[in-house]
Design a protein around this ligand. Sequence first.
Ligand SMILES: [Cu+2]
Length: 487
Amino acid sequence: MQSKFFSSRAILFIVAMLIFISSCTTDGKEKNETTSSMDIPAKVEMKAVLTSPPNVPPPTANRVAKKLIVEMEILEKEGEITNGVKYVYWTFGGTVPGSFIRTKIGDEVEFHLKNHPDNKLPHNIDLHAVTGPGGGAESSFVAPGHEKVFSFKVLNPGLYVYHCATAPVGMHIANGMYGLILVEPEEGLSPVDKEYYIMQGDFYTKGKYGDRGLQPFDMQKAVDENADYVVFNGKVGALTGDNAITANVGETVRLYVGNGGPNLVSSFHLIGEIFDKVHVEGGSLINENVQTTIIPAGGAAIVEFKVEVPGTFILVDHAIFRAFNKGALGMLKVQGEKNEKVYSGELRDDIYLPEGGGIQSMPSSKEVPESEIPAKSIAERMKFGKRTYMHTCFACHQAEGQGIANAFPPLAKSDYLNADANRAIGIVLHGKTGEITVNGEKYNSIMTAQTLSDEEIANVLTYVYNSWGNSKKEVTPEMVKAVRNGK
Ligand SMILES: [Cu+2]
């Protein structure tokens, strides 16, 4: 009897203890996580592999936490922000964004920050993955020709921005001093087929977008948040054409996307794809089936998607003028078999007649009745032509015919234009696709056919030929008519 009574008391006691212990662990869960990552031993030393964008170092997979030696060199160096436009970048590791750092939770990072002797300014580094004053900035302020060493333990998994935090901070960031550091969870991130590193940044120059020569930083425009360039990976075209990132049909792609700012928030979007998974703000929260994800200035996101069909997919900041007018445009080229179930391509081009069927002709851009009046002189042709140009061609070829690097070829001093007027007429009449070379630069894009009358095409091309250093031809409606009728 006695023993039976005792044992049921003992059971009660054990149950009470269990409840107590389990309530303790739930209560202290947040604390516990930090404590445990703080307690992960990092004894073995290892030199970190750093990569320049768009590449990322190999996964940490199931390696244990280590003492990770990071050697980062600061370089101030001239580069090209777009064709013919020079800019002096300040960089971590010689690139914008700076070298990618890949760590594992519990790693003890020994950070060596070296300021090249040829540099002109002191710098430092604030890593958002650091728990400590200034994110490391206070311990890393380093003059040209010096090296600073400090160490930190990575306690929280996620994708973090690092940047220079030397005054004027905005200017150091605006000149390109930012990058990403990844802290992988204990089990690593799930394996994927392709991984890339992309970072957006806004730039402020004395001249306007495309103004040639060496462009100094413009403090006032930066304060006004009036960016001339908004780009991925430091320059216009860093991810287009031959620089595009690539994948094969059926592969899973993971992008580590950061935003250095200094000012603008990115509405990151990939035209023609849906992000299957987004690590929101680079943290542990996972969202699924996302079209556009916000990447704050000084923040990041990890996006993942499987590519099902071949083609060129365009990365943009969906604040869309930034993409088409300021450079925030990149490309993912996917190769492989078509899958017509997923995407058919164009099936038909039918004539569409709105109800009532009154509209038989394509709507044209000629709201100006004067364009019907035949021009009586070259001067008049120029005047009418300019109007059509500013209506129709300007959006792509730009106000001074300068075009947009890697997207729209120039009409100003265009060797391609000047070589053959009938060919130019044909392009305006029928549009143009496929690779062409204009003034030594390759373009491979699409110009749609322009619905203009013979008179309008004659005028607009006469205007183009007599502007911006071109060969001063006159194009007449008769010439256009001849090309239209196949001569
Ligand atoms: Cu700096």
